[in-house]
Design a protein around this ligand. Structure first.
Ligand SMILES: [Fe+2]
Length: 368
């Protein structure tokens, strides 16, 4: 099988690896996009090491980053002629930093590139990514998921040159991640591992990474939510990184295809979308990939695919996540928008194809 294997230029994994960040940065000013909870650490740990450079820290990017937040970050970077961009936080902070790093040398608005009116010609600024949640894998991927709140469109800004120059996955940064975020981002990571493993575009290398990712994440997720125990936090960080290395090669599946328009329309956190949709869509996919799901189920729980789906529903309940979208008000009137906007690359790599009425039937099943 022919395949390409693309990753960030450099990935550092391990406790304390974040202290190598400054040694990696080329000369020049620094724009930092920090998560709300990371600002303090960035100021106390990073800022003293950047003496002699002009530094701007932006720490109020909203979740599912809207275009205007990215525009604001871009303006802050242009003001100081930033040569380096650091994303230090959850997926939103990293995706915003990734977009700013790509667009800083260019003219035009973020919307121009989001809607394809402008083309990214090549490499932007030096970009470093440090995740503080174990979930999105944004530190590994060459795309940034952004939202235009005016149109409700949530899609990726993507270019091969948007891979991080250095991705630093330091599990210590996840130790104080709150239980609700740990649960939702953990389900995102688990979904990414499973969808990558089952993807039509899976390759031998992506399958190996996805399987190891699922094996790390599945047993660690609940202990990490409940007790924040350190070995489980390390396993989650490792699993999330491996899942992202896998799906960067293989793409994802219908949980992400349907989850993106649904989440943007009803403001459902991405990991919650994954948790609700994953069991339902594994049930749908089972006839198309029984053999692979049987293997995955044997590896994860030494049981059948049906038992794995039930185990994931139980894990979701125990992690305190909802089983449907009742609390978010999903109704029949929303289905048209979701059906129309779900036909992304993720949907095309799903093991089983859908007609529009079949997508609507899935939505009916999770509306609650
Ligand atoms: Fe995801």
């Amino acid at each position: 099988m022919n395949c390409e294997f693309k990753l960030p230029d450099e990935i550092l994994f391990g406790c304390g690896e974040r202290h190598k960040l400054v040694s990696k940065l080329p000369a020049g000013n620094v724009l930092v996009v920090a998560g709300r909870h990371s600002k303090e650490r960035v100021e106390s740990e990073l800022l003293p090491e950047l003496k002699g450079r002009e530094v701007r820290i932006v720490a109020d990017v909203r979740p599912e980053p809207p275009l205007e937040d990215v525009e604001r970050v871009l303006a802050a970077g242009r003001e100081i002629h930033a040569a380096n961009v650091i994303g230090w936080g959850g997926g939103s902070a990293i995706d915003t930093a990734k977009s700013a790093a790509a667009l800083l040398p260019l003219d035009g608005s973020v919307a121009d590139y989001f809607y394809g009116r402008g083309k990214i010609p090549g490499k932007g600024c030096f970009f470093a990514a440090l995740p503080t949640t174990s979930g999105t894998g944004a530190e590994i991927t060459p795309n940034a998921v952004l939202l235009d709140p005016e149109t409700g469109i949530k899609q990726s800004l993507r270019h091969d040159t948007m891979f991080a120059d250095t991705a630093i996955v330091d599990p210590e940064l996840t130790y104080d991640c709150p239980p609700g975020v740990t649960a939702a981002s953990g389900f995102d990571a688990l979904t990414q591992a499973i969808e990558s493993f089952l993807s039509k575009k899976a390759t031998p290398s992506s399958e190996a990474l996805a399987l190891k990712a699922a094996l790390s994440i599945h047993p660690a997720l609940l202990p990490a939510v409940r007790s924040s125990s350190i070995p489980e936090r390390i396993a989650m960080a490792e699993g999330s990184m491996l899942a992202a290395m896998a799906f960067t090669q293989s793409s994802l599946g219908a949980v992400h295809g349907i989850g993106h328009p649904l989440g943007s329309l009803l403001h459902v956190p991405h990991g919650v979308c994954c948790a609700v949709l994953l069991p339902e869509l594994l049930r749908w996919n089972l006839p198309a990939c029984r053999e692979k799901m049987a293997f995955l189920a044997r590896m994860l729980i030494r049981d059948t695919p049906e038992a794995l789906i039930a185990a994931l529903e139980e894990l979701r309940r125990a992690a305190g996540l909802p089983a449907d979208f009742r609390g978010y008000g999903l109704r029949e009137e929303h289905f048209d928008f979701i059906v129309k906007n779900c036909r992304s690359g993720s949907m095309r790599s799903n093991p089983r194809d859908f007609s529009d009425p079949e997508v609507a039937a899935i939505l009916r099943g999770v509306a609650g």
